[in-house]
Ligand binder design. Structure first.
Ligand code: PEP
Length: 250
């Protein structure tokens, strides 16, 4: 599978800003198709506008979050069926801001993941430890627990339609990315767990946490890094495009 680069715009951008950003990214990928598959996750309000801009470009659309039901009395929520209706083919599930700012549990994350699959969305399951958990030597335990919970009722459909992003909480938005040995260790453990549990799976394992134009090439070369999830640097077309291009052959 091609590497995957995801731009998570978080809660940023008016419609005109989202439209301009998407147009610049389409323009920057139009001359030469990047080796990486590109996914944009704008705020929900801009999904329709961005979808219009990226139509026919080969770039895919993602929701940043979804509910676990397809419809119902859940004021303010957006269902995976609604995301699919808007043209999304991916959805981010279990982002650390959902887990830690909005207190979403492993159980809720598992239900969202199942709902995404049920609606033909490819979930990008985010996992990662806090600094306290890392300092206490609990990194692997936390990450494998998050994965086991999310995949507690796995079937072939789930395993064939899933990507995982390792995003250490302490590296998100801090300017301090994890170092290559930390990333290789965690990605290797996730890959071993997947292989032991499901055999050879087509799951990509992305790294996320302060990825930018300067560090992307080195991060992308680490063993078992099959893509990058980019927050802050995805809001500037030049830096995001340099991250996307880091997987191109030299
Ligand atoms: C993220 O939001 O998933 C993320 C990795 O953010 P940043 O790149 O800004 O650290």
């Amino acid at each position: 599978m091609n590497p995957l680069v995801v731009g998570n715009w978080k809660m940023n951008g008016t419609l005109s800003q989202a439209s301009n950003l998407a147009a610049a990214i389409v323009q920057g990928t139009s001359q030469k198709t990047p080796k990486a598959a590109v996914v944009l996750a704008p705020p929900a309000t801009a999904l329709g506008t961005v979808q219009e801009r990226i139509a026919t470009s080969g770039i895919s659309l993602a929701g940043q979050n979804c509910h676990w039901e397809d419809n119902g009395a859940f004021t303010g929520e957006i269902s995976p069926a609604m995301l699919a209706d808007l043209g999304c083919t991916y959805v981010i599930v279990g982002h650390s801001e959902r887990r830690h700012v909005f207190n979403e549990s492993d159980e809720i994350t598992a239900r969202k993941l199942a709902a995404a699959i049920r609606n033909n969305l490819r979930p990008i399951l985010c996992v990662g430890e806090t600094l306290d958990q890392r300092n206490a030597g609990r990194t692997m335990e936390v990450i494998l627990r998050q994965i086991q919970f999310a995949l507690k009722e796995p079937n072939e459909n789930v395993i064939a339609n899933l990507d995982i992003a390792y995003e250490p909480v302490w590296a998100i938005g801090t300017g301090h990315n994890a170092d290559p040995s930390q990333i290789a260790e965690v990605h290797g453990a996730i890959r071993s767990h997947l292989t032991n549990s499901f055999g050879k799976a087509s799951v990509r394992i992305l790294y996320g946490g302060s990825v930018n134009a300067e560090n992307a090439t080195d991060l992308g070369r680490i063993s078992e890094v099959n893509g990058l999830l980019v927050g802050g640097a995805s809001l500037k077309p030049e830096s995001f495009l340099r991250v996307v291009r880091c997987f191109d052959d030299e």
